[in-house]
Design a protein around this ligand. Sequence first.
Ligand code: GLN
Length: 509
Amino acid sequence: MGDWLRSTAAELADALAAGETTSVEVTRAYLDRIAAVDPAVHAFLHVDADGALAQAAASDERRAAGTLLSPLDGVPIAVKDVLTTAGLPTTCGSRILEGWVPPYDATVVRRLREAGLPILGKTNMDEFAMGSSTEHSAYGPTHNPWDLDRIPGGSGGGSAAAVAAFEAPLAIGTDTGGSIRQPGAVTGTVGVKPTYGGVSRYGLVALANSLDQAGPVTRTVLDAALLHEVIGGHDPLDSTSIDQPLPALVEAARQGATGDLSGLRIGVVTELSATGGQGGWQSGVMSRFQESVDLLVEAGAEVVEVSCPTFVHALATYYLILPAEASSNLAKFDAMRYGLRVWPEEGASAEDVMRATRDAGFGDEVKRRIILGTYALSSGYYDAYYGQAQKVRTLIARDFDAAFEKADVLVSPTAPTTAFRLGEKLDDPIAMYLNDLATIPANLAGVPGISVPSGLADEDGLPTGFQVLAPALADDRLYRVGAALEAALTARWGGPLLDRAPALEGGAA
Ligand code: GLN
């Protein structure tokens, strides 16, 4: 493995600034790593080697001329295949978009380009971001770098696995119900879902508009803050974008890393853990969680128990609102405008073509949710299901408001278990949905959340994550607490957790 692969993005930025390496050298090291391990990991759907190297060369020229675009200029990145990239395929993990090349960049992608980050390629995902394991990708699953027989989480398993397998120092994910945070937890990486409206959704192919947010997938909390500052902030092209400056995220991460959390109140949410929640919480996940809470107390934080009784309805609420929005969003894939077109027979009507295309182009999970969503929105059922779910959503937001009166941040384990085996939950949608028990409330309320690696579960030696949630627009608190926890844990481990991932040593496992 080349020298630069294990460096964090912040370290790469420093090495570039010190003239110790070049963006071309770093980018080439990552492309070589992708060529070596991605046949086994399958984090990428598309690698743009030529494009990335050209962007890296341009960055090196800017550096020589003293016209750098941002602190991350020259540091390469991978992008989840749900964000449009001009001139590069965007499939959303679906057959229906196979071969589609968007004519425009998503705002997040444009900001990456404007900040000078070479784009390595597009990462694998569950079809249209529906899933928790990447097994719903039409192009085959991604494998967890900790154990290639296990899932890397989802829907953004490709972005998380790319970062965990040292195929990219940074990646972009999207989180509608946990798709940045849960893959982070099960791969030992950091994932952030920003405040709703904090990062533009323009060019993010919508799963559920009122829940979707793009955010950073990284190896450290500081890297996430650096990336968040590049992609965040107001965008007139997204009507739900918040017209307000971002808080000082990098500063918060640096402050947190000093390890002083005195004066901070941390709320442990009863309903998001083994004590008061639903679902099967793995004991190794709970013990790592408790240890992390103890470390935060050692750093000076005060811990309070908070109860959010409506959170037990979050999953049911989400699985009405999400399919409703998704069924409407996916209606645009009609065989006329984008991607795949299937002609069932000569002289087929437009409707026949549409039916045949949608039948061949969408996978089972997508069809399941379209059916659920159209049902929940149909006249006669709308009030009973969709309308009711919206009311519960309001109650969940109120529970957050009340909890944030008692605590500055809320914490829980990110996901109830470590990575399960590929195939284990594929035929049981409800078991799959339960992975997002602890992450979904944040999406329903629009508040930001981070998942930070909290160690390895004793039973299976696999990574588990610690979730921190903050009030809307207080994303800086995630970075302060996340960096403090990371500093304490890294000191205890004697180095980064990812250094212990067995499947990665010496290249392809
Ligand atoms: N796993 C959740 C789902 O299947 C979340 C997906 C997401 O965040 N994109 O809907």
